[in-house]
Structures are given as structure tokens and as C-alpha cells.
Design a protein around this ligand. Structure first.
Ligand SMILES: [Zn+2]
Length: 437
């Protein structure tokens, strides 16, 4: 007979860290204490003796990273990723909470599929993985999904990510329902009529490479539409993976008027441009596409002035045999979990002189607040979800030996600076810098 032996989780004493808690404007050397999975201000002398000690000298300790845009491919596409492998890649990247997109097979447009995802999370995930539900049935953009029952199943938002609701009247109804059920709508902003057959940004590079272009106007038109519908209905619309400098301007002006829109940028859109496509490497193919240097600079400006609210990876695993095709036929998307922190530190902190606490805010408290998740804080009594990382350690990233089931990363084989050393979820160490525990 199998017997379960209940053993109290040891208290943790994290020593000598640079503790950064953006929510509390805390940035100071100090210790953190954890008991029963929660952060506590200190431990008794006796508890300190028994506690597991983690020497964090030289490391930053911050809230576990939060990513509100990932694709873990389960159910239905588990050859690319599973909730188990995706969550391991997330833990290795310092993430403790992620929100997964509903474009699985079948799509998550009904209570049964959400239950399946929740069961897989309970069984296989090493971090907190939260589901979203579809806006429309089958993500076909024709009739609304049962938003009320999705909400009762615990989805944190609704989205047709990967597709964009083209019908304005349907999007208006979705806004009204989302507001009634108090759910954010996340939208992948793309006017499909302007992007038929498009595989990269429309511009000088697409002409040079002879590839069909995706003009930024296809994003801008839907961003403007969503601003108008958000203002009209009062619904919160979160604009996913913004890539166009014009869209940043539209969002900036909307926010000045107090419109309830929010927006995200990905590490790849702030780090790379369409110049990277010169060799037709499909690990630089994603949707929306990499754009120009002017766009990249404006995304960074938008993060700096608060027009863009957070960093999300759009972690999108595909197998080698799917990606290893002619550029036109390869699927869109790249991995993001294990490279998000070092790439974001490189672009925002080292190259653009953002303050480290501000950047961590973009990766913890702000995305958590947008989706109203109890995460992204080191407040007393909060779940002990933590990321310990070295800001300056250099390491060779090899996507093949990473934790994701797929290896489609443009950063594979590169030396990155900034390395996650420990990830803790509810007071339990799930990643120790080498392996998942
Ligand atoms: Zn998308």
C-alpha cells in the first residue's frame, strides 16, 4: 500500500540578496524569510536554525516573473510543448506565474477544455499556469464563445490570440460581455484583409528578400478600433505583442484620455528588427513580424513612458521539422521562456539605461495587476513566489539542451548575460540553476 508521509515544508532563509520589490519600491540588500509557502518578515531564532538557508550574495531576489502571454500547446499539439515542459522552461526562466493562450487543439472555447487544462496543470505544472478562454467559437470569429461559463471555469481573460476578431459588431458584443463578467479581453491586433499571405514586415527588407509583406497599418487599424470600442463600452482591452510605432502613438493618446486599454511588448520586438531576416532563418519568423529600427526604438520609448505596460514573451514552440521549411511555409513563433530575462536586461537595462527595479516591474507586478493575479509582490503574507538571478553572469544558451520540448529560438548558441539561479513557487524550490526539482 502506498503511504503518504506528510512532511512540513522547511522554512527558507534567503540571505544577503539585493531584494527588489517594485510594488513596495524596495531595492536594498537584505534577507527574505518564508514559512508555510508565504513570505514572512522574520523567523524566530529556533526557526532560523532549522530553516533551509540560501546564500544569495551577489544575486537579485525579486518576485517570480509573470508572463501573461504563452503557448503551452496542450491539449492537442504536445509534440511542440506540454504544460509540463512549458512550465519547466518557465521555471528555468524565473517565471512563477504564466497565462496560456487558448489556441490549442481543440481550442479552449468551452468548459470541458478548460477543465482538461486545469487538470493537466494540477498534474504536471511546476509553476502556476492559468488558462484563458476564446472570444469566439472555434476562434472562427463568427459567434461568441460561452463567455459566462468560461468565466465560471476560472479563465483570467478571453482572447482569440493567433487570430484577431475581424467583425466590429462581434468585438463590440465581446466587449459588452467581458465587461459584464469582469474579464479583460486580450486581442492580437491584425486586420486579416491587409495581411493575406504575408510572412514578414512590409518594407525595404521584404522587397529585397522577395517576401510578402505585413504592413504595420494592419496592426494600427485594429489597435485604433479597439481603443474606440474600449472607450465606447468601458471594457478593458489588452493589446497583445505591439510591434508598430504608430500603434504606440495611438495607445499613448488613448491613455492620455483615460481609455481602459493596456499593451505589451515582447523581448524579440524590442531586441530585433527585420534586418535579421537576411538569411531567411525561420527562427526570426513570428506574428506580428519583426519590424524596423524606428519601430523597435518607439516600443522602447513606449515602455519607458508607460504607454506599454509590460513585457510578455509570446512563447510559441514549434518542432524543428515544422520550422525547417521554406520561409513562406514555416509556422510563426519562437521560444521565449528561458531567454526573456537576459534579453530584456540587455536591451532595457544595459543598452537603454532603464533602472533594474523598473524593468522588473514590467515583468512582475504590472502584468499581474493587468490580469488581476495575486502575484508580482514580496508583501508580507504573499505567496513565496520568487526569482533569484545573477544580473551579470554570462552563459551559453543552447535551445537544444533547454527545458522546452522545442528549440526554435533566435538566441540559441549565443552568450547571454543575466542568469536565473533559483526559482521558488509557494515556498518550494522548483529550479536550482541547473535542474527542475
Ligand atoms: Zn498573437
Amino acid at each position: 500500500m502506498k503511504r503518504t508521509i506528510y512532511q512540513a515544508m522547511p522554512s527558507l532563509w534567503i540571505q544577503n540578496a539585493r531584494v527588489i520589490d517594485p510594488a513596495a519600491k524596495r531595492d536594498a540588500l537584505g534577507d527574505l524569510f518564508v514559512t508555510d509557502g508565504k513570505l514572512v518578515p522574520s523567523l524566530s531564532a529556533a526557526a532560523k536554525k532549522r530553516a533551509k538557508k540560501i546564500d544569495a550574495t551577489g544575486l537579485v531576489a525579486c518576485p517570480g516573473l509573470v508572463d501573461i502571454h504563452v503557448h503551452f500547446r496542450e491539449p492537442g499539439q504536445t509534440h511542440k510543448e506540454t504544460i509540463g515542459t512549458g512550465s519547466r522552461a518557465a521555471a528555468a526562466g524565473g517565471f512563477t506565474t504564466v497565462v496560456c493562450m487558448p489556441n490549442t487543439a481543440p481550442v479552449a472555447d468551452n468548459a470541458g477544455t478548460i477543465q482538461f487544462i486545469k487538470d493537466a496543470v494540477r498534474r504536471d505544472a511546476v509553476i502556476k499556469v492559468l488558462p484563458t478562454g476564446c472570444i469566439t467559437v472555434g476562434m472562427k470569429g463568427q459567434t461568441l464563445a460561452p463567455i459566462g461559463s468560461l468565466q465560471r471555469m476560472g479563465v483570467v481573460a478571453i482572447t482569440d490570440d493567433g487570430e484577431c476578431v475581424q467583425s466590429n459588431v462581434l468585438m463590440r458584443r465581446a466587449c459588452e460581455y467581458a465587461k459584464m463578467f469582469d474579464l479583460p479581453i486580450m486581442d492580437h491586433c491584425q486586420d486579416a484583409s491587409l495581411t493575406q499571405g504575408a510572412v514578414m514586415n512590409e518594407g525595404k527588407m521584404s522587397t529585397r528578400l522577395g517576401l510578402r509583406g505585413w504592413p504595420h497599418t494592419a496592426e494600427d487599424i485594429i489597435v485604433a478600433r479597439n481603443v474606440i470600442l474600449s472607450e465606447y463600452t468601458g471594457a478593458h482591452i489588452h493589446l497583445q505583442h505591439i510591434s508598430s510605432r504608430y500603434s504606440v502613438g495611438i495607445i499613448r493618446r488613448a491613455k492620455e484620455r483615460g481609455v481602459k486599454v493596456s499593451a505589451e511588448a515582447t523581448p524579440h520586438h524590442i531586441a530585433l528588427t527585420d534586418e535579421s531576416l537576411a538569411t531567411y532563418d525561420t527562427n526570426f519568423k513570428m506574428n506580428p513580424p519583426l519590424r524596423t529600427e524606428e519601430d523597435r526604438r518607439e516600443l522602447i520609448a513606449g515602455l519607458r513612458d508607460g504607454t506599454l505596460d509590460c513585457i510578455s514573451t509570446d512563447h510559441a514552440p514549434h518542432t524543428d521539422y515544422e520550422k525547417d521549411k521554406e520561409f513562406d511555409y514555416a509556422p510563426n513563433g519562437i521560444l521565449g521562456m528561458e531567454t526573456s530575462l537576459p534579453v530584456t536586461l540587455e536591451i532595457l537595462v544595459r543598452q537603454n539605461k532603464f533602472k533594474l527595479p523598473f524593468v522588473l516591474d514590467l515583468m512582475t507586478r504590472r502584468p499581474a495587476n493587468l490580469m488581476r493575479l495575486p502575484a508580482g509582490t514580496l508583501a508580507e503574507g504573499a505567496a513565496a513566489d520568487l526569482c533569484l538571478f545573477s544580473e551579470h553572469e554570462q552563459w551559453l544558451y543552447d535551445a537544444k539542451t533547454g527545458f522546452s520540448k522545442s528549440s526554435n529560438s533566435p538566441w540559441s548558441g549565443q552568450t547571454l548575460t543575466g542568469r536565473v539561479k533559483t526559482t521558488i513557487v509557494d515556498g518550494r524550490i522548483v529550479y536550482d540553476g541547473r535542474k527542475i526539482l
